[in-house]
Design a protein around this ligand. Structure first.
Ligand code: GDP
Ligand code: IMO
Ligand code: MG
Length: 428
């Protein structure tokens, strides 16, 4: 049967794209269930490097049916730009399915994302500016536009009118911007409708039938646990459920379909945008992780904030997602430290917290309590078995496994497809 969910365990950019690609030859469907083109997943195949934003990473695996499910917000222009880019590089994209129930990102969502960030000033979230938050806000406010609406022009115009009504008051009177017309938005969205139509489907029906037929379905999360709107560091989060539960509501399959949940986690921690980050480094070590790890955003090019591994977050992610297996990535980047500190708990105003404090003030005050593990100097990028790793790197992995409360089933030692040490089967 299995339905397998893959999620980020930290603040994103853990290497979900690579992990998805690893499983590509063993799955029939790869489903994107949340977020939109705020994501940036890098997949390296031989000499080719792909950066995927809106499309599920499984689109690069021959034979896989990629699915953009109902939980996604779709910028249709970006969708076709990405598709055209892949087509020009010889990738077969013909199997892509897009849920008609997915919501659409329109120009006014991008505008509101940008102006509202500017208005927030020092309280800004540091969003990707792709219109993600405003599109999800419209969905929850029940004034969103769904892909189905593109195929009924009259309904589309009515819905856009309803959606723009309040927004234009806001844009003109508060943000001092020009009003957006219904006609320009209808034209913006309709230009893609004919090309989109053959891809549009009831993807929940398709996925449930596939699972009934014993196919393997991988649900690939965008963003990550700590960016989840319910379980992340609210309000410094994205606007969707990036945790495992989002795979269900975001695709229309039930919990009984899921046999394993893979958490992807870096051997250290990074974060893009604003918000608390207890193990963040402001010294030469942080600079080293940034440079050595190539920690620059795939979507916005921003330098990622870097810090040590945080096992409080790993335990939290294990719990809220029900993670059965971790894929630990970028262990190779930690080569060359005398000691590698790992956060085991927090000190919050003199009180020790072994578990994640959910109160925003407490988390802002959290100071990491570190345990120092011995480092290693050997180049590990050629390691392909656990025994190939130097003893201290093995000890580091085993310590993380113990602290994080879940087994580490694969270890990444480089960006390429084969730079991986398998330990346990990820599909079970
Ligand atoms: P995603 O958003 O979770 O898919 O991750 P990103 O693609 O944004 O960022 C992860 C980066 O790390 C990419 O540049 C990957 O090519 C790279 N990467 C993934 N796994 C490894 C690994 O084990 N070692 C190294 N050195 N790089 C890795
Ligand atoms: P992948 O899938 C890292 C961050 C943004 C910002 C916050 C809200 O590549 O791991 P949004 O535009 O979503 O409203 O921004 O979330 N963010 C990500 N950070 N990786 C991502 O995706 C992210 N997607 C959004 O930087 O702090
Ligand atoms: Mg990314």
């Amino acid at each position: 049967m299995p339905g397998v969910v893959l999620v980020g365990a930290q603040w994103g950019d853990e290497g979900k794209g690579k992990a998805t690609d690893l499983l590509g030859s063993r799955v029939d469907y790869v489903v994107k269930f949340n977020g939109g083109n705020n994501a940036g997943h890098t997949v390296v195949i031989g000499d080719e490097k792909y950066a995927l934003h809106l499309l599920p990473s499984g689109i690069l695996s021959p034979g896989v049916t990629p699915v953009i499910a109902n939980g996604v917000v779709v910028d249709i222009e970006v969708l076709f730009q990405e598709l055209d880019d892949l087509i020009s590089r010889g990738v077969d994209v013909s199997r892509l399915l897009v849920s008609g129930s997915a919501h659409v990102i329109a120009g006014y969502h991008r505008t509101i994302d940008k102006v509202s960030e500017r208005f927030l000033g020092k309280r800004r979230i540091g969003t990707t500016g792709r219109g993600i938050g405003p599109a999800y806000a419209d969905k929850i406010n029940r004034v969103g536009i769904r892909i189905w609406d593109l195929f009924d022009e009259k309904i589309l115009a009515e819905k856009i009118e309803g959606s723009l009504d309040q927004k234009n008051h806001l844009l003109v009177k508060v943000y001092n911007r020009r009003a957006i017309t219904v006609d320009e938005t209808v034209a913006e969205l309709l230009q893609y409708a004919d090309r989109l139509k053959p891809m549009v489907a009831d993807t929940a029906l398709e996925l449930n039938k596939a699972l009934d037929a014993g196919k393997n379905v991988l649900f690939e999360g965008g963003q990550a646990t700590m960016l989840d709107v319910d379980h992340g560091t609210y309000p410094f989060v994205t606007s969707s459920n990036a945790t495992a539960g989002g795979a269900l509501t975001g695709s229309g399959v039930g919990p009984t379909r899921i046999s394993s949940v893979i958490g992807v986690i870096k051997a250290y921690t990074t974060r893009v945008g604003e918000g608390p980050f207890p193990t963040e480094l402001f010294d030469a070590n942080g600079e080293y992780l940034l440079k050595q790890g190539g920690e620059y955003g795939v979507t916005t090019g921003r330098a990622r904030r870097c810090g040590w591994y945080d096992s409080v977050i790993a335990r939290y992610a294990t719990r809220v997602n029900g993670i059965t297996d971790m894929v630990l990535t970028k262990l190779d980047i930690l080569t060359g430290f005398e000691k590698v500190p790992v956060c085991v708990a927090y000190d919050v105003d003199g009180v020790r917290y072994d578990e994640m404090p959910l109160d925003q003030t407490a988390f802002h005050h959290a100071k990491p309590i570190y345990e120092e593990l011995d480092g290693w100097w050997e180049d590990i990028s050629g390691a392909r078995t656990f025994e190939d790793l130097p003893t201290n790197a093995q000890r580091y992995v085993l310590a993380l496994e113990e602290m994080s409360g879940t087994r580490i089933s694969a270890i990444g030692v480089g960006p390429s497809r084969d730079a991986i040490i398998p330990r346990h089967d990820l599909i079970h």
